[in-house]
Design a protein around this ligand. Structure first.
Ligand code: T1G
Length: 692
């Protein structure tokens, strides 16, 4: 078999040496790439026939970054920073020919060049902070010299990409190729040959307002809410203004080396690869999805209008149907408001807003759905209502059209059974607000055709959703674990903690809002209704805490009624002594001697409860992999990505620690809190969720 071709080759275009990288899938600057770029540079500089050099890439993109799989292992020479310094020190001009996404180390290679040409559809960025890092190959020191401190701060601390036009405008690239990229790069290289070289590191940092910049850096640190890399990246960029280049590089390298070893970076790298793993659904590999252009949405309440807005944003034609003119008008108002808010925030242009509204029609007749390729129902979460709808729609939609249910807790199998073609029914569980939350759980029934499942994933991807395959059980992945989480929180309150103490412990962990505040926000009545539905079938041996029922019986449904676990004055929430009295009374009835419960125990019990249920989901095949469960909580429940997710956290805490906590629950809380078999096996073998 032929040996693999080297990832870097050179060829001549007249007196221009083309150093071409071919390291699929994204031309990551792996060790062989780095070493071979360095060697090619040396050869080109020694060759009298070469007067200038172009670095370009084959495949879909310029270098999209360092090879993330190398992180967490001993560094391999040459470091990318050293290669960038070699590029900049070249005696002959080096031009970067950029297409696709020049990110991270790729952008840094371009910054080390003496000129940069971008294809019109190219994007550039330094997204290292999204991996808990800072740029480690000169980006924090070269970028401000090219684009100024303020712009460099914004780009490095957010990891945002810029398109070719913006890159040209801010001075990140010298030209946007209106013709063939290689031709444009070779032409620029020719023009620069023989001229004095513009080395970015020799440029002064453009003047800036130090007070305004310091305030900006503090704002970046504040908004990072516990994640350290955005603030550290900002500080490292700012150092470019006060340190000589070499010292700035040293500071950057030291910061990168420190952060790459942190748990936050390990967690963010875990999430990065988890997102890519979640997209791998073996059963639909190679299955062609339906061609979806026109999507119907049944119901234009909060969920339906959010779904409709997301569909229009993704470029679909959208037909919405509500019952009655008044509801339809209110629904249209909600949809219009979503697009207008995006316009007012300058996230879209007037034309885009008009285009989205123009693609959306709201009516009152189910027959309006006749032309749809897919209809998503977001009507009241009642089984009979949904079954009647699917039965009616079956007589209206085309024989190849798909029916999707957005149900949160009902059984898609039961809903689908009412359709004349249950093989064309699938669950697409959006999270509210549907136009903002990235997560979508995709739930096939036992009858769902593979092409229908593939279509749900294709639509989800076009909606830019993070799609996770979920098996069919009550609550699927997220809400099933969340229900367990909620129970354990209420147990802790009966055992001795107070709602605001539980919330404080979880907010200190990094959640933007603690569980009891979330319960109040979502409304206590929804879970109350479910508990009443389940009362008859509840295992009497199961521990049951009545505190939330008591609150609901008093009409305390949460924020919407001004009181729930907290009391609300002008939107501000505060602990309520009345709730404490109810808690103490219920504990007394249960014969529980309440005791103080510290933040560590609160977090340990919550994570252990989540992980044990997650282990059960894996055993039951409801979740394909532990990292999918992590993605559900990072993208659907506010879990900070820099914590990696509950299963990742379990590996860090130790499976034995988790199991010990679950055994305490079993002895204290009884039925339903038995350790999952998988957890017991993992503890005995030393296995971790991350090993799978
Ligand atoms: N290293 C290793 N593998 C990578 C990779 C990377 N940088 N980027 C992508 N892959 C793999 C990915 O796991 C998947 O593998 C396949 O490529 C396709 O990716 C020194 C320290 C470029 C926008 O953060 O944002 O440079 O699953 O599915 O949707 O200062 O990949 O097929 O086996 O995402 O078209 C900085 C990360 C690194 C960019 C393409 N760079 N990548 O998106 O494809 S740190 C990044 C992306 C750094 C320097 C610092 C995206 C993409 P598999 P994909 P895509």
């Amino acid at each position: 078999m032929n040996p693999p071709s080297p990832p870097v080759t050179t060829r001549q275009s007249g007196p221009v040496c083309l150093i071409e990288i071919d390291n699929p899938p994204v031309n990551a600057s792996s060790q062989p790439v780095r070493a071979q770029i360095a060697a090619a540079l040396e050869t080109a500089n020694a060759d009298p026939a070469v007067h200038s050099i172009v670095i370009l890439c084959k495949g879909r993109t310029f270098v999209a970054g360092a090879d993330i799989t190398e992180f967490g292992k001993p560094p391999l020479s040459p470091a990318l920073g050293a290669v960038c310094n070699l590029i900049e020190a070249s005696g002959k001009p080096v031009i970067a020919a950029i297409h696709g996404t020049a990110l991270g180390g790729g952008c840094e290679i371009a910054l080390a060049c003496h000129g940069r040409v971008a294809r019109a559809d190219a994007q550039l960025g330094l997204p290292e902070v999204k991996l808990g890092l800072v740029p480690g190959a000169g980006g924090t020191q070269r970028l401000p010299r090219l684009v100024g401190i303020e712009t460099a701060l914004a780009l490095v601390s957010s990891g945002r990409m810029v398109n070719a036009d913006e890159a040209l405008r801010i001075g990140l690239v010298d030209a946007v190729a209106t013709e063939d990229l290689e031709t444009a790069a070779v032409a620029l290289a020719g023009r620069m040959a023989g001229e004095s070289l513009r080395r970015v590191s020799n440029l002064p940092v453009p003047a800036f307002d130090p007070e305004a910049v310091e305030a900006r850096v503090r704002e970046i640190e504040r908004r990072a809410r516990g994640q350290v890399s955005p603030g550290r990246a900002a500080r490292t960029v700012l150092a470019a203004a006060s340190l000589p280049f070499a010292e700035g590089l040293a500071l950057e390298r030291a910061t990168f080396t420190e952060l790459v070893a942190t748990e936050q970076s390990a967690a963010l790298r875990h999430v990065f690869f988890a997102e890519r793993a979640a997209a791998k659904i073996p059963q639909i590999a190679g299955v062609a999805p339906h061609d979806i252009r026109c999507v119907g949405v049944a119901g234009a309440g909060t969920m339906g209008s959010g779904i409709a807005a997301a569909l229009a944003e993704a470029g679909y034609r959208v037909i919405v149907v509500e019952r009655g003119v008044e509801a339809a008008s209110a629904g249209l108002g909600r949809i219009t408001a979503i697009h207008r808010r995006a316009l007012e925030a300058s996230r879209i242009t007037e034309a885009q807003c008009d285009e989205r509204l123009g693609a959306t029609r709201v009516g009152t007749e189910l027959s309006d759905f006749a032309p749809c390729d897919l209809v998503i129902e977001a009507v009241f979460d009642d089984l009979a209502v949904k079954q009647d709808l699917f039965a009616a729609l079956s007589a209206i939609i085309r024989p190849d059209a798909i029916l999707a249910t957005n149900t949160s807790y009902l059984d898609p199998e039961a809903i689908g059974s009412a359709a004349t073609h249950p093989e064309r029914v699938v669950g697409m569980h959006f999270f509210s607000p549907a136009n903002i939350m990235r997560l979508m759980e995709i739930v096939p029934t036992s009858r769902t055709a593979l092409a229908v499942l593939a279509t749900a994933f294709a639509v989800g991807k076009r909606l830019k959703k993070l799609c996770v395959l979920a098996g069919n059980c009550e609550g699927f992945i997220g809400n099933r674990i969340f229900a367990t989480y909620r129970k354990q929180c209420e147990f802790m309150v009966e055992d001795g903690a107070l709602p605001h103490e539980v919330d404080a412990a979880m907010e200190a962990f990094g959640l933007p809002m603690g569980p009891f505040a979330v319960f109040d926000l979502a409304g206590l009545d929804i879970a109350w209704a479910r508990r009443k539905r389940q009362a008859a079938s509840r295992d009497p041996a199961e521990r049951y805490v009545r505190i939330a029922d008591k609150l609901c019986e008093l009409g305390r449904f949460g924020q919407k009624t001004g009181a729930g676990w907290y009391v609300y004055d002008q939107g501000k929430r505060r602990p309520d002594a009345g709730v404490t009295s109810i808690i103490e009374a219920e504990a007394a009835i249960s014969g529980i001697a309440r005791r103080p419960i510290g933040a560590d125990e609160i977090r340990r019990r919550i994570i252990a409860a989540m992980v044990n249920e997650g282990a059960r989901l894996l055993e039951d095949g409801i979740a394909q992999r532990a990292s999918d469960i992590d993605l559900v909580f990072v993208n659907g429940y506010g879990w900070p990505a820099w914590r990696g997710g509950p299963m990742f956290q379990a590996d860090r805490m130790g499976i034995d620690v988790i199991l010990a906590e679950v055994r305490l629950m079993q002895s204290r809380d009884g039925a339903g809190w038995e350790p999952a078999r998988r957890l017991i096996d993992m503890a005995s073998t030393g296995a971790r969720f991350g090993d799978a």
